[in-house]
Write a protein that binds this ligand. Structure first.
Ligand code: ATP
Ligand code: MG
Length: 255
């Protein structure tokens, strides 16, 4: 059974010129297949840093701790190898790539992950099916990757990638930001569809409880000061909605 295990992870950012700053200060987290985890926390608490570190972004240096997927050392893997191993990361701020269409990007990504290029006709059919399910306009396939995408288009595109790439573990950073109610429902349904197969795990990063009305997490982790300071079930999200992060921010700073 698929398990992503993060142990005592410390991550710093910066190349030393303006000093190196420790952002993650000992994160412990285990995500198993069939589980949906929400990470919630205030701005600047290190949520995106955790996502980048898992994905292998070169700016973020792991100074100690471990990340394993089914016992394999993720930190030893290249970014490509992580994707092939079954990790998927949807960024809070995806990169624009003019001249590369959504369709070309997806086919390249699918080829990399599956280890062989899908037949063009099969791929087109598969992509159309996934786009229909997400209520994405067919013309979208020919747009340049992320260029001029609205907030909602970016997020639907994330879920489209999820449907096509079928990773084992999906890390979704701020998947609910910039979505109107209809788009929020479509995206949430996509996340639920993905998470409900039983073979896949979801790590959903957010600071709003809005999406949690549609995606029910099994576990909620509160992030503050670069570590997990509290854990609970879905009821913890309701408490955060009512009371905010204040008491957790204090706990994160003082420990
Ligand atoms: N590349 C970077 N260079 C310098 N500082 C960085 C970098 N990335 C992150 N940081 C700093 O690390 C801290 C945590 O940032 P991070 O983006 O992980 O927070 P977050 O919890 O995702 O916040 P938000 O809720 O606003 O998305 C912030 O103080 C941020 O300025
Ligand atoms: Mg963030």
């Amino acid at each position: 059974m698929t398990t992503l295990e993060i142990r005592d992870l410390h991550v710093s950012v910066g190349d030393g010129a303006d000093g190196t700053k420790e952002i993650l200060r000992g994160v412990d987290l285990t995500v198993r297949a069939g589980e949906t985890h929400a990470i919630m926390g205030p701005n600047g608490s290190g949520k995106s840093t955790l996502a980048y570190a898992i994905a292998g972004h070169p700016k973020y240096t792991v100074t100690s701790g471990s990340v394993t997927l089914d016992g394999e050392d993720v930190l030893e893997m290249s970014v490509d190898e992580r994707a092939r191993a079954g990790l998927f990361l949807a960024m809070q701020y995806p990169v624009e790539v003019p001249g590369v269409s959504v369709s070309n990007f997806l086919r390249t990504a699918v080829t990399a992950v599956r280890g062989e290029a899908p037949k063009l006709r099969d791929f087109a059919k598969e992509m159309k099916g996934a786009m229909d399910a997400l209520a994405i306009d067919p013309a979208f396939a020919q747009r340049s990757l992320n260029e001029g995408f609205s907030g909602g288009e970016k997020k639907r595109h994330e879920i489209l990638q999820l449907e096509m790439l079928k990773p084992k573990i999906a890390v979704l950073d701020e998947t609910d930001s910039g979505l109107d109610v209809d788009a929020l429902k479509v995206v949430s349904e996509g996340v639920n569809r993905f998470g409900s197969t039983g073979d896949t795990g979801v790590l959903l990063i957010t600071h709003y409880t809005r999406i949690l009305r549609y995606v029910k997490p099994d576990f909620v982790h509160v992030f503050a000061g670069g570590r997990v300071v509290a854990q609970g079930g879905p009821e913890l999200a309701d408490e955060l909605e009512n009371e905010g992060y204040e008491k957790y921010v204090k706990a994160g700073a003082s420990s």
